[in-house]
Ligand binder design. Structure first.
Ligand SMILES: Nc1ncnc2c1ncn2[C@@H]1O[C@H](COP(=O)(O)OP(=O)(O)OP(=O)(O)O)[C@@H](O)[C@H]1O
Ligand SMILES: [Mg+2]
Length: 251
């Protein structure tokens, strides 16, 4: 991959909580026009990594560049380029669906993009709920609203932390189509997921983490070549091999 075209770049990211090392020496890049899957068992460090990318957490070591801006020293410029959908979205109780979109568009100086609000909300089946308060949305609707907020301000880098959990099949299909459209438009997408069949179909490459380290990364073909588990091996087969206790260390 040509690292000069990377919209998102992590160099040696380490994040410790006290003495516990949650992420260790993690390096990867995501270019425009790519969807990259961040995979790993519970506790692997996916959310911690994404929280460092979004500046919710300060890295203990290493550097994160977003659209060329350092997230620690050029936080505002970096965050302008970034959309983030958290693992557990928490919309404002007292703002309606439409007010959330207006709030985010205004925060990013992209009020002009509100022209796309109806299309985004219709695609995510939220149009009928546009005047509903955040408080009264169902769990999946809250998740969809967080996604709608990510799409409204036209960032170049999208970070989704398990976006498909709790979203119905039609919404999930729509969201996957919307991510693929962003890829086609040249944006970079990083998405953490446990849905390995989805990752296999949606992602151009995957990064598999285990205990805070990368144990494998690459395209499906590259993983096949490395693991030599036979052509019939699925991503799930390879994931389970790579993350079983006592598996070979990172490469
Ligand atoms: N604020 C914190 N303080 C202490 N330990 C933390 C903190 N946040 C995360 N950890 C630990 O860091 C490790 C990685 O957690 P993280 O949430 O990044 O995992 P994950 O890969 O996102 O897992 P999951 O698939 O369950 O979402 C876990 O062992 C977790 O307990
Ligand atoms: Mg997580």
């Amino acid at each position: 991959m040509d690292s000069s075209s990377s919209l998102l770049r992590l160099d040696g990211l380490t994040k410790c909580f006290g003495k516990f090392v949650a992420v260790h020496d993690l390096s990867f890049a995501v270019s425009g026009g790519e969807i990259v899957g961040l995979l790993g068992p519970n506790g692997a460090g996916k959310t911690t990594t994404i929280r460092c990318i979004t500046s919710i957490l300060q890295p203990s070591a290493g550097r994160i560049l977003i659209g060329g801006h350092d997230i620690v020293t050029q936080t505002e410029a970096a965050k302008r380029e970034l959309a983030y959908v958290p693992e557990v979205p928490s919309p404002y109780d007292m703002l309606t669906v439409m007010e959330h979109l207006r709030f985010v568009a205004a925060a990013y100086d992209r009020e002009d993009e509100m022209a796309r609000a109806e299309e985004i909300l219709r695609r995510l089946d939220l149009w009928e709920k546009r005047h509903e308060l955040g408080l009264n949305l169902s769990k999946g609707m809250k998740q969809k609203l967080a996604c709608a907020c990510a799409f409204i301000h036209c960032p170049r880098i999208y970070c989704f932390d398990e976006p498909l959990i709790g979203i119905d099949p039609k919404g999930a299909r729509e969201l996957k189509d919307m991510l693929a459209e962003r890829r086609a438009a040249g944006d970079a997408v990083l998405v953490s997921t446990h849905m390995l069949d989805t990752a296999e179909r949606l992602c151009d490459r995957v990064i598999i983490m285990h205990r805070g380290e990368v144990v494998a990364q690459g395209t499906m073909e590259e993983l096949h070549a490395r693991l030599a588990m036979g052509t019939g091996a699925t991503l799930e087969d390879m994931f389970l091999r790579l993350t079983e206790e006592g598996a070979a260390g990172p490469t």
